[in-house]
Design a protein. Structure first.
Lengths: 197, 201
């Protein structure tokens, strides 16, 4: 029978260090995907993700069980990601807005939908999400893949639930715009139901 | 040129997207309401209102279908996977560490309360001693307050009469010094033991 997060944590704190691997296996994709919203470089994202799990391990005794382990873990993801951005000397105000105008223009001008292997709509969606700001990308990932409620996302990102709701609406609107702009062929049947434009 | 401009850019080009911006502004309330409906967070009243609008208004139906498609795409999107070695790398890294004790376990509030209580007692004791040096009593008849001490030196000259020489004694001092040294060694030993455990695990 699969152990719950709380059971694993309890046993790890009692010395069964090897069990922590189960938590890593369980959440590595979530953490890695969230970190990728802050950096395009997969090597950097993997290094940051590993650091996050190590940090989580070292402060495991401070996890009180008042929230889900995933919520606690994703809070560490957010703070580590922001620290990484600051170290990279990127403008942190761009976390809320799309990346700085210059870097965004560079990204968009070098982005060519035809060069991305469009094997599936999943790839298209992930590519479109990568064009959003880190905040929008993380918000969408936390809501759709992280199994977090608006209140939990608010706790992770430091917003109240109503602000999260509004930001989520805006993020989805922006994502739709990106998909229409860069993947117009792939999404034309999604956004123009009767085929007209 | 307008086709290449992002609808989100906060620059002068937005001014030229007049009709587009107007359309976006009137669409926002409809979109927000539809998103809440799709997310299942609308109130029952709002839900039935939207269902009525969806049944009767074409623009609501089209927008709903668009947003639902986006929602389903996002719901079906896949997570990105790290390398195969990821878990092993993490476990190799954590093998060098041990879990730090919870902060509440080594910050003992009773100890902090005790230290605070000690200093508070000391201050109160000192204040009591100072106040006890005031000569409370009847005034000299000139209408002055009872609280004004007769002695301008606040009775501190009484301190000169206190004999503390029995306390300043090499035996007592030696004893206290010995206790402090032993406690210091015990604390040093505990600290070094913890460090040693940290290195070996």
């Amino acid at each position: 029978m699969e152990l719950t997060d709380t059971e694993i944590i309890k046993r790890v704190l009692h010395g069964e260090q090897a069990l922590y691997g189960q938590l890593v296996q369980r959440y590595q994709q979530y953490v890695f995907t969230l970190v990728l919203r802050f950096t395009d470089n997969r090597e950097d994202a993997e290094e940051i993700s590993q650091d996050i799990f190590v940090k989580a391990y070292r402060s495991l005794a401070d996890f009180r069980g008042e929230s889900k382990f995933s919520t606690w873990l994703y809070t560490i993801v957010r703070t580590s990601s922001i620290t990484f951005l600051r170290k990279k000397k990127l403008d942190t105000t761009s976390i809320d807005n799309e990346r700085t105008q210059v870097s965004l223009e560079n990204r968009e001008s070098s982005f060519n939908a035809n060069t991305v292997e469009q094997k599936s709509r999943h790839a298209m969606v992930n590519a479109a999400i990568r064009l959003l700001s880190p905040d929008d990308g993380q918000l969408i990932t936390l809501f759709y893949k992280g199994e977090q409620s608006l209140e939990e996302i608010g706790r992770i990102m430091g917003y109240d639930p109503n602000t999260v709701k509004v930001k989520l609406h805006r993020a989805r609107h922006r994502l739709k715009d990106k998909m229409e702009k860069y993947f117009s062929y792939e999404v034309k049947d999604l956004f123009t139901p009767d085929g007209s434009h | 040129m307008i086709n290449h401009l992002s609808t989100d850019s906060k620059n002068w080009s937005d001014l030229y997207n007049g009709p587009k911006m107007k359309r976006m502004n009137t669409e926002q309330p409809m979109e927000d309401r539809l998103w809440e409906y799709i997310d299942g967070s609308s109130s029952p009243t709002e839900r039935s209102t939207i269902e009525e609008l969806l049944a009767t208004r074409r623009e609501w139906q089209e927008k709903y279908k668009e947003l639902l498609n986006v929602h389903q795409l996002l719901d079906a999107s896949e997570l990105e996977a790290p390398s195969m070695r990821f878990t092993r790398n993490v476990m190799e890294e954590i093998a060098r560490y041990h879990v730090a004790p919870a902060t509440r376990s080594y910050i003992n509030k009773n100890v902090i309360r005790g230290i605070g209580g000690f200093f508070l007692t000391l201050i109160l004791g000192f204040l009591s001693y100072i106040l006890s040096q005031f000569h409370w009593g009847a005034s000299s008849g000139n209408g002055s307050s009872d609280l004004i001490p007769r002695s301008p030196s606040l009775g501190l000259d009484k301190l000169k009469t206190i004999d503390i020489s029995p306390a300043i004694n090499t035996t007592y001092i030696s004893l206290f010094m010995l206790i402090f040294v032993i406690m210091g060694f015990i604390l040093l030993d505990m600290y070094l033991q913890r460090k040693k455990q940290g290195r070996t695990t």
